[in-house]
Design a protein around this ligand. Sequence first.
Ligand code: NAP
Ligand code: MG
Length: 403
Amino acid sequence: MAKIQMKTPLVEMDGDEMTRIIWKMIKDILLLPYIDLKTEYYDLGLEHRNETNDQVTFDSAEATKKYGVAVKCATITPNADRMTEYNLKEMWKSPNGTIRAILDGTVFRTPIIVKGITPFIPTWTKPITIARHAYGDVYKNTEMQVPKGSKCELVCTDKDGNETRSLIHEFKDSDGIIQGLHNIDKSIASFARSCFNFALDTKQDIWFASKDTISKKYDHRFKDIFAEIFETEYKEKFAAAGIEYFYTLIDDAVARVIRSEGGYIWACKNYDGDVMSDMVATAYGSLAMMTSVLVSPDGVYEYEAAHGTVQRHYYKHLKGEKTSTNSVATLFAWTGALRKRGEMDGTPELCEFADKLEKATIKTIEDGVMTGDLALLSSLPNKQKVDTEEFLLAINERLKAMM
Ligand code: NAP
Ligand code: MG
């Protein structure tokens, strides 16, 4: 059979530890035999980031802007232990943070649902995708402990030197605490556009919520920016696609999410997204079944798994032991990127291949063949735990039958 051709390359960002091992296996077993794979390769493994003084991370993000689609392997974010382990010149920043800042993107996380693994909320039969605004609020705050007798004010000095003051609190009879937060319209607008684009892209409704009844200027600004951009740029496109934008209060959103069956995108302010993404991921069962895509407001896409480099499995692998590491999220990062490449280039064969590979993967698990993490969760009676490579080979058997 002739291999599927690609018109434009994908940006390929290689990574670290066990996910780097899986990365190569996925390519060798499931991609290269079927596709004449064109990628522009960037090695984001920690050793190479260190050799290039992290330049490779910046270059990979610029390439993503150029080509429009990237697929990324999980990477180590260095800490003190990694400084000695890899003899690093500097404690390089998180590659994901660097790439997100360059693309000005929003991260969307979606669980992969399979029969046999029931979410803790059993009515969630479709995925809930969470989008987290990744700028400002409490993550870029200024805070103080203040002694009794203090008077605290917000002061804004404009470009001409005029001051506007507003009382926060007079601490008359107790010590206390204060906190200053900010956000910027430009970042909120980028977040809104990324969310609306992704909703159109995946043909799902999008919900956004804040506490605008209490925070009449701060949270209300988020609500207004979303509403304005929706009205002027997206309303008609949403109508044509048959999807909705829905704004509500955060409390109401939480209640509705629990009662829902899933199948929509939930856009969250930074703190809400931090907390709710952990709740939603846990409720769906496994971090190894969670995909993640970074979407820029101008429509650039970077796909990856939501989990890390699975370090403990890597050390086992280095000792020559077999591991049973789940490759599904990394595999779906590849299928997501290939499908998007196919859509952008007008090569439907590539999209069809991505669909088949996803179907073959889900079928493998639903046939009872799975890695150890899923075997612990699955309620299927005939389940069989296989190792990392056996799982990919089992997917390939099913994929071959579909081709
Ligand atoms: P992790 O790699 O996500 O793994 C934590 C644990 O979750 C594993 O030890 C394993 O549990 C389980 N797990 C995660 N993914 C799995 C998979 N695919 N298959 C089977 N089990 C899986 O998180 P971490 O150990 O905290 O972080 C390791 C490194 O990853 C760190 O250096 C961190 O900086 C990096 N990281 C990178 C990203 C990214 O690039 N997006 C995200 C998060 C973390 P058991 O050991 O119990 O089997
Ligand atoms: Mg969190």
